[in-house]
Design a protein around this ligand. Sequence first.
Ligand SMILES: Cc1cc2nc3c(=O)[nH]c(=O)nc-3n(C[C@H](O)[C@H](O)[C@H](O)COP(=O)(O)OP(=O)(O)OC[C@H]3O[C@@H](n4cnc5c(N)ncnc54)[C@H](O)[C@@H]3O)c2cc1C
Ligand code: FES
Length: 471
Amino acid sequence: MSEISGNTTRADGTGTPSVATPGPLRADVAVVGAGLTGVVTALLLADGGADVVVLDAGSARTTTTARSTGKLSVLQGTKLARLDRHGSEVVGDYLAAGFAGLGWLRRALEDLNVAVDNRDDLTVATTPDQITDIDAVAAACAHHDLAAQWEEHPPYPAPTYGAVRLPGQAQVDPLHMLSALRSRLRSRGVAVHDRARLKQVRRFRSGVALRTTRGTVLAEHVVLATGVPPGRLGGLFLRLEANRSLLTTWEVPDPDALPTGFADTMSITAGSPVRSLRMAHGLLMVGGEGYAVGREPAPAGRLAALDEWTRAHLPVGPTRHTWAAQDYSSDTGLPLVGPAVPGDDRVLVATGYDKWGLTTGAAAGLALAGRILGEPVPWGRTLEPWARSPEPDARAAVTFGEQTVGWACATTRPTGQRAGARRVSRVCPHLGGVVRWNEQEESWDCPVHGSRFAPDGALLEGPATKGLARR
Ligand SMILES: Cc1cc2nc3c(=O)[nH]c(=O)nc-3n(C[C@H](O)[C@H](O)[C@H](O)COP(=O)(O)OP(=O)(O)OC[C@H]3O[C@@H](n4cnc5c(N)ncnc54)[C@H](O)[C@@H]3O)c2cc1C
Ligand code: FES
């Protein structure tokens, strides 16, 4: 792999191109992760005159952004009701962040000629016990002056107990959106280095030194827009849970057989089983059956359940694509956007979007760029990782239990091997969790903090910074 070296190009195009100069690459800000969060942050920093470099371990297609459902909404299922325990001011700030992110994306995508389809967003009760949840959503919306309506008979393909509808939200092809924003970044002269994995962050007095698989980068600030931060930095991985969800697109041979008005909405159920639906270009997208990474004994069974539900309720033909994607939820339920370590702006993070990181990821970009450029956003403090005390919850006990059970099994079966692949250690190089084979995605998944590995042990995603040892 070629080394990244030389200086970056300034937003006004006056810097030295990123080739030929020996020694580490230098920049004002290194943004690690070119999903939506990283790209928005880098664009805003470049617009503000900062010298920025972007690094990514993969490509646009492998981001969670590209593999999301593509809903741009501030309603976000029952999120507003679940955040209510933090108080009205916090919910107000979270909403302000969502509106800021959504507004920024709408303007940027219009400028880039990326189609954004307006849709009403529905949170639907499909069981009697979910009625309380949507009542709480409706109350939160009313309290914050959102134009949401309670609807007794929503346009939904399965039996319901009512829904909350918020007009004026949107949907987008997320890969198209990300590719267009990346192109805009490049046209501003910002170098985006793909296949450059961050291995280590070292802080020194005036900044940070980043060791990557393609060389060293020196910067005043680093923004870790990588989902969970790599390694152990700030201990934030202890406050996050990694969750995967399944998605399938279906052909709909007879769209007239869909409930009237269904195609003009996007929807998600208020509780389990989660079903997230939307139509685009004549295809139906169905998501759901989420599970904590590495803790699901039969992911293929979950996909079968999702398919069975879809066939039972919707007039679908064959499937087009099936995939899974991973996102992180935090102990407080709020995104974690700000310093990884309290009071230290050299290393900034953005994570914990709880599967709502399109609007919130854009908001995180606004918050982080504003912070670095000295123009903080009014709602930024609420999203900071250390704005409120970490909340110990039942997940810590589950994590400990997983590690104990894993080790008990590992003493009898310390290595794993799959057809055609090398024998690998089953011990996760992050912090020693014992990985479990995921037969549906053909990967080794760590139940402790959610790192995932290919059959041959190569690192796919998560906080680990190297693959499983090969035996
Ligand atoms: C199934 C599913 C559906 C979803 N649907 C929606 C939706 O409809 N609406 C919504 O608002 N949100 C949705 N989300 C959530 C949303 O997609 C994510 O929260 C958001 O895309 C996260 O963006 P990001 O930029 O932080 O991360 P990503 O898009 O994952 O980008 C992170 C980047 O960091 C890179 N990286 C990671 N580690 C390293 C390293 N060590 N070195 C270098 N690079 C690294 C990765 O290669 C990747 O490119 C969904 C999530 C899931 C799982
Ligand atoms: S991801 Fe932390 S121990 Fe595996």
